[in-house]
Design a protein around this ligand. Structure first.
Ligand code: MN
Length: 721
């Protein structure tokens, strides 16, 4: 394990102005925080963060990142609090460590995730700072390096598989190719130990047998390049066991059939020399067709640039040659970190918002193929997509889905399925019941509660942001609107019949006079208020079948009206609230907030429909005609919600608010709004909007509040406040 002085001198080698004290402080803090903790290997836990820091040092990262490597597990595994960390190490480091901790928590969900591509992008969106991703990768690498200490084979294989599916692709995307290669080999070793050993042995034997092969090839190449007057540095190395195995799997071939197990890398100073070297190779050795790639003209999305070619080499054996400049080589091994340089004692990234670029690279990685054909289009994408516009959430089965940023629970429901959206009644986010309009955050676990009685509400359209949710809601409302206004019109017409004392008979309606071709059309027009109830009265002829038996003419009716102006027949007919979705043809008044089983009346407003008030609402003026008798339907949906308002007075004591909130919650009510109206030394007076399912639940809430400590009075409001 590195001592703190060794770590510091390694950092100083590439960053002479590095803050030594900060590094030393982080080193000691982590050592003390982890104390006697041990790893599965039995080694002190502290070895792990030091090794992580060491990996980061090799990438030449800045001091805050190295310190984060040392401290990355203190929030999760020790008693250290985020506040303490911030006080001692400042906001930057504390934020980085918090970022790692957040990712580690979400890693617990990994075993259930099937959409690994989404998880990789999720990590990018959640990290917020690319350094968080790099530390996480270093952490993961150190963990797979020590995987063999785990006794459970199942656990070993699971971690290895995760590494292969999530972390090595992530490393590749941010260009950390060395880390990617090492992760893959370690994962391969743990997943398929036999295959690993066989391939590794064959590789070893080739190298020992042909030890001269590599050296001689380098020498002969060097002579050719010198003759052409190009300064080069040449490296020869065997390919990784995993990459060989992958090739064997993909092409279904044996080890012996793979001819390019050894690759040579030629490093030069300038770009034009890359092409000169290529020219020398292609004139001196037979080319193997189809293996030339120019990643200099068209870099990979992770910014990897290099020329690749394959020829029959000086020893009459196929060899792969990679040609690149020093800078390109730097990027190929250190990825994103290579784009930083030290200026004024601070790590700056040369190309602006790296994080933005990274997220874009992640989002666009699927388009790699496209990129080869149409690099311009991808460049445009890179510029437009500087910021992540996605949010990632988990379904109850652990599936990770991606939605546009700003999506709500209702958007989520419609994303899953139109039927789920159309019947969503509530949502549990991270196991807590939340309003459907809640905007989702990265990593939220979302569980939609559906009910066969629930329908989309018009107000949803105001807060959803996805096209699918918007159009589904609109479509539903439109079809619903027609049926509801028609149903309302149908009942209003019956109401008029009753008020005339005539038995309802559709044949007595003079459709021609109403300019309507069908009854459906007529009822809709009445429901909409395009034909008023007074006009309906004039359309009813006395020639219907039942008119003979119902000689209650208008005159008779008038004479029968008492002081109240009500007739017996009117009292008999009531509009039933059956199958109506509030907000379309039926609305609940926001002055008195009626709830299920209240005594109610309706006030008809053209274009809007029927507004339902509590019978004794003080906003209503009791002019006859405009008020219509309404009754709840007895089998009204059990899952409906009604909002009502309570004025509550409590003592001005600590705990007063909490008592009110808890009491309402415990009795099944849900607070949707709270407003403090008066606040004196002794009392708090507040108006609370509470969602309940019916009168009996409201009764429970009120009764419980009245006996709760601190609560002085509770009153249901029936007028606007
Ligand atoms: Mn760790």
């Amino acid at each position: 394990m590195l001592a703190s002085s060794e770590l510091i001198s390694l950092v100083k080698a590439y960053d002479p102005n590095a803050n030594e004290n900060l590094l030393k402080k982080a080193y000691i803090f982590a050592m003390e925080a982890h104390g006697m903790q041990r790893r599965a290997s039995g080694a002190p836990y502290f070895y792990h963060p030091v090794e992580v820091a060491n990996i980061l040092v090799k990438l030449h990262l800045d001091v805050p990142t190295i310190a984060t490597g040392l401290l990355h597990d203190v929030l999760e595994d020790t008693n250290t609090s985020p506040e303490e960390l911030e006080e001692i190490f400042g906001v930057e480091i504390a934020t980085l460590v918090k970022g790692i901790t957040k990712i580690s928590k979400n890693e617990l969900l990994l075993p259930k995730v099937r959409n690994t591509e989404n998880f990789i992008r999720f990590l990018g969106a959640m990290a917020g700072d690319v350094r968080v991703l790099i530390v996480k990768l270093a952490d993961r690498l150190q963990n797979v390096r020590t995987l063999n200490y785990f006794f459970s084979e199942e656990k070993r294989k699971r971690i290895a598989l995760e590494t292969l599916e999530i972390y090595s692709p992530l490393a590749e995307r941010i260009g950390l190719n060395d880390i990617k290669d090492e992760m893959e080999d370690l994962a391969f070793f743990n997943l398929h130990p036999n295959e690993y050993h066989i391939i590794n042995q064959k590789l070893m034997s080739i190298c020992s047998k042909d030890d001269d092969f590599i050296q001689n090839t380098i020498l002969e190449l060097k002579i050719l390049f010198n003759e052409a007057g190009i300064q080069t540095e040449i490296l020869g190395r065997k390919k990784s066991p995993y990459s060989i195995w992958k090739k064997m799997q993909k092409r279904n071939i044996s080890f012996e059939q793979i001819n390019d197990v050894i690759a040579f890398r030629v490093i030069v100073e300038r770009i034009e020399q890359c092409y000169q070297v290529l020219g020398v190779i292609h004139t001196n050795f037979p080319i193997i067709p189809g293996r030339f790639k120019d990643y200099i003209s068209i870099p990979k999305l992770n910014n990897y640039r290099s020329l690749h070619t394959m020829v029959i080499g000086p020893r009459k054996q196929p060899i792969e040659v990679q040609i690149r400049t020093k800078d390109m080589d730097e990027v190929a091994t250190r990825g994103i970190a290579a784009h930083w340089s030290y200026k004024n004692n601070k790590l700056v990234n040369i190309e602006g918002s790296w994080m933005g670029n990274i997220l874009t690279v992640m989002q666009n990685s699927k388009k790699t193929e496209e990129a080869k054909n149409n690099p311009d289009a991808v460049m445009k994408d890179l510029k437009l997509g500087m910021f992540s516009d996605e949010v990632f959430c988990f379904t109850p089965t652990g599936e990770l889905i991606s939605l546009p940023k700003g999506s709500t629970a209702v958007d989520f429901a419609y994303w899953v399925h139109t039927d789920i959206g159309n019947s969503c009644a509530g949502v549990r986010i991270n196991n807590k019941i939340m309003p459907l309009r809640t905007v989702l955050r990265n990593g939220d676990q979302v569980d939609i509660i559906t009910s066969p009685y629930k329908n989309p509400e018009p107000e949803w359209e105001k807060f959803v942001i996805t096209g699918k949710a918007k159009s589904s809601i609109r479509k539903f409302i439109r079809s619903k609107e027609e049926t509801e206004f028609r149903a309302l019109g149908f009942q209003l017409v019956q109401y008029v019949f009753a008020s005339l004392g005539v038995v309802f008979n559709e044949e007595s309606i003079d459709l021609k006079k109403a300019d309507n071709t069908s009854l459906e059309e007529f009822y809709y027009a009445v429901g909409k208020g395009e034909i008023s109830m007074d006009e309906v009265e004039l359309l009813i002829s006395d020639n219907g079948d039942n008119s003979e038996n119902n000689k209650n003419t208008k005159n008779d009716l008038n004479s029968e009206r008492g002081e109240s102006g009500e007739s017996k027949q009117e009292r008999d007919f009531e509009i039933f609230l059956i199958n109506f979705t509030p907000g379309i043809a039926i609305h609940f008044a926001d002055c008195c907030h009626p709830i299920l089983n209240d005594k109610i009346v309706g006030k008809f407003e053209p274009q809007k429909g029927l507004i339902i008030h509590v019978a004794n609402c003080s906003e209503l003026n009791w002019k006859r005609r405009s008020l219509i008798r309404v009754r709840w339907n007895l089998d009204d949906s059990p899952d409906s919600d009604f909002t009502t308002q309570l004025r509550i007075v409590t003592e001005n004591e600590t705990g007063g608010f909490a008592t009110v909130a808890n009491t309402i919650n415990q009795n099944g009510g849900r607070i949707t709004n709270l407003k403090v109206e008066n606040r004196s030394n002794d009392f708090f007076e507040m108006v609370v909007d509470v969602k309940v399912s019916d009168m009996s639940q409201l009764g429970n809430v009120q009764a419980a509040l009245r006996t709760a400590p601190h609560v002085k009075s509770v009153r249901r409001l029936r007028q606007k406040t």
